[in-house]
Structures are given as C-alpha cells and as structure tokens.
Design a protein around this ligand. Structure first.
Ligand code: SF4
Length: 374
C-alpha cells in the first residue's frame, strides 16, 4: 500500500498479459518438492536438503551445497532455482539501515522492496504485484496501473534476499535476522490472494520447510477487499491485518480509494472487526494524513466514533504523515493539525501511533514505490 504522488515512470512496462514466471522451488509445497526431485531422478531426501539450503542457509548457490553429490547439484539448481529477481538498483538511507532495492523480474516488470533495520527488529516491505490496479489518486504505484501479479517465489525471493543480506552483516549493526515482513509495497495484496497466502505459509512454516517466522510479525495490508478479508480471517494464520482507511466517510473515501464504491466504510470496518474476533489480532487502521483533504478534527471524531461503535480494544490507529510535496494537492498535513487529529483519536480511547516514515529521502516511504529508474 502506498501513499504519495510521484512523477510517472514512463519506462515501466506497458500493461497487458504477460507470461508466467518459471516455476521455482519456493513455489512448491513440501510434497511437491519431493515429487519434483524424484522426477529429476534424485532421492526424496534431496528435497529436504535443498529446503535447508534455501530457507535456513538462505542460499541457492550450488557450490555451497556440499552435502549433495557434486554430480547432482548443478542439475538440481538449474531445474528448480531459476533466477527470478535481478537487482537493478539499490539505494541506502538512514546510515545504511534503510535499503531500497529495485528488482527486474524475468519479463522486464519492475518491483521494489524496502528493508528497514531498527534497534529491536528488522522489517522488510515487499511488493505483491507489479503496479497496482486500485488507482488511488494520491499514490505513486496507483498511477502505474497493474502490470501483473507476482508469483509466490517472486515475493519469497525478496524475503530471502533481505534475510541473507542481514545474516551476512551487510546492513550496519552486525549480523541479525529478518524479524518482520509487511505486505505494504507495490500492489493490493488481497487482489493476489492465493499467492500472498502461499507466501505467508512459506514465511511461517517451521525451518527447513519455510523461514519459521511468527505470523504475528507478518502484516498484510488491504484497501478493504471485504470478502477477501473475511477469507483471510478463516485461514487460521493470525497475521496482522492493516486496513488502509484514509477517510471515515464514504463520500471522501470513494474519492481517495476508488474500491470504496464497491466495499463501503461500513462494510470494510465490519470485516475488520470480524477479523479481530476470528484471530484475536488487533487490526491496524492506516490513515495517510493529507493536508486539507482528510485531516479535519471532525473526521478524527467520526473515525473514533465509527471504531468505537464496533467495540473497544480491537484496533490500533496509524496516521501516516504524507511526505511534503509543496504545491501538490496531495501533501503533508500541518504539524499542528496532525497533532490535533491524533489527540482527538486518543480522546476517543483509540490507541494511536504516528507511523515512522523511514526512507523518505530515497522514495522508500509509503506511497513512493513507483519503480523509477532514472
Ligand atoms: S491499493 Fe495501495 S498500492 Fe494500490 S493504488 Fe491504492 S494506495 Fe496505491
């Protein structure tokens, strides 16, 4: 999910049907991995060995797989680990602890991921689609339109690459583990539902079948595809759900988030509440504060009332300061207005945290992922 306007990137591939990415080891279930190695004439146990290299050692380099017969390694890797992502550009900010990577996919489509290291955690923001079809007018990605859905392995490779980089000590602060993944990069995750769920399963499966991450440390965001939110609630994997609301009234929200025409404020808040009931996980309400558009005190009051109407203690509100874009219709709220908005929400008893805008000087903050190369 993204939130600010950026100049359109004319070099982004045109929309339209594209081929499917080649099947990768990370696209397969554990049973499918076994079937595939047997099909390649290898012993079933090779699947587990490969999974250990990939998910625990974070590598698909055949020269590192010394427990496999030398005669098998290259053939297995060639058949099961096609190169899906090529880093095209890497930008660093915040003393090197924020790293934005632009990836080229096999067909020339482009996506970005942003790694943010904090004192007590490391978070990777991943893209789930190349472009996005939701057309939110204030969002850079929304202006690109949808190029295509990513495959599970194309998302998992973003994660593996970041985890490997952290483990190798490439990010200042010493070697560490990747603790959090947020689906808040390019795309609407719930519009690529099956792929996002396959990815979540690979993230949470215990090693060596997956990365062994806690579901609590994974956040799936949505503009409010209400039926998919209900479907997610029924999965039994208690990821954090982040609902990008941006306005508490249908009139404005339909302007900011066109999908609101289909699923209204009432419908998405009701679905969010059901998510809390099913999972016990507090839902994050994301609210990009835009000067003179959605930052009025009465809208904070209305938001507080609408949330409390559905019960107490089930949400956390994250106002997100938009990056200042002087002269643009979509720019940051006045600090005093932002402070008043937050105070009003808190006065309604809504836990509220203004979200960090890490990486804003490299266009890596929310709303700036436009896969620009120039
Ligand atoms: S859904 Fe998110 S990524 Fe897509 S256009 Fe809207 S804000 Fe941008």
């Amino acid at each position: 999910m993204t939130t600010t306007p950026v100049a359109l990137n004319l070099s982004t591939p045109a929309r339209g049907a594209r081929g499917k990415p080649p099947k990768h080891f990370a696209d397969l279930t554990p049973a499918e991995r076994v079937a595939k190695v047997v099909e390649l004439g290898e012993k079933p146990l090779r699947a587990k060995q490969l999974a250990t290299h990939y998910f625990s050692h974070l590598t698909s380099d055949p020269s590192a797989m010394t427990d496999l017969p030398a005669s098998s390694r290259d053939a297995l890797v060639e058949a099961m680990f096609p190169e899906l992502l090529t880093p095209a550009r890497t930008l660093r900010a915040d003393g090197g602890t924020t790293v934005k990577t632009l990836w080229h996919l096999f067909d020339g489509a482009k996506v970005e991921s942003v790694l943010m290291r904090y004192a007590n955690r490391s978070t990777l923001c991943v893209s789930s689609q190349a472009g996005c079809g939701m057309a939110c007018p204030f969002c850079a990605t929304g202006q690109l339109g949808l190029t295509r859905n990513l495959s599970p392995a194309e998302i998992i490779e973003q994660v593996r690459s970041a985890a490997r980089s952290l483990a190798a000590g490439e990010v200042p602060g010493g070697d560490t583990r990747l603790s959090n993944v947020v689906f808040m990069g390019m795309g609407e995750p719930l519009a690529n539902y099956k792929t996002v769920m396959a990815t979540v399963r690979a993230l949470t499966a215990p090693t060596p079948e997956g990365f062994g991450m806690s579901a609590r440390n994974i956040t799936v965001s949505t503009v409010g595809l209400a039926p998919a939110m209900d479907r997610l609630a029924a999965e039994g994997i208690p990821v954090t759900l982040a609902l990008s609301l941006h306005a508490p009234d249908d009139e404005l929200r339909s302007e900011l988030v066109p999908m609101n025409e289909k699923f209204s404020v009432k419908q998405v808040l009701d679905s969010a509440r059901r998510y809390f009931e099913a999972t016990g996980r507090r839902v994050s309400i994301e609210y990009a504060l835009m000067r003179d558009i959605n930052d009025q005190a009465w809208r904070a009051d209305l938001l507080g009332t609408e949330l409390n109407r559905r019960g107490r203690g089930w949400v956390h509100c994250n106002p997100i300061p938009l990056n200042p874009t002087p002269g643009s219709k979509w720019t940051a709220s006045d600090p005093a207005v932002e402070a008043e908005f937050v105070a009003r929400l808190r006065a309604h008893g809504i836990p509220t945290t203004v979200r960090d805008t890490r990486g804003s000087d490299i266009d890596g903050a929310c709303g700036q992922l436009a896969a620009e190369e120039d």
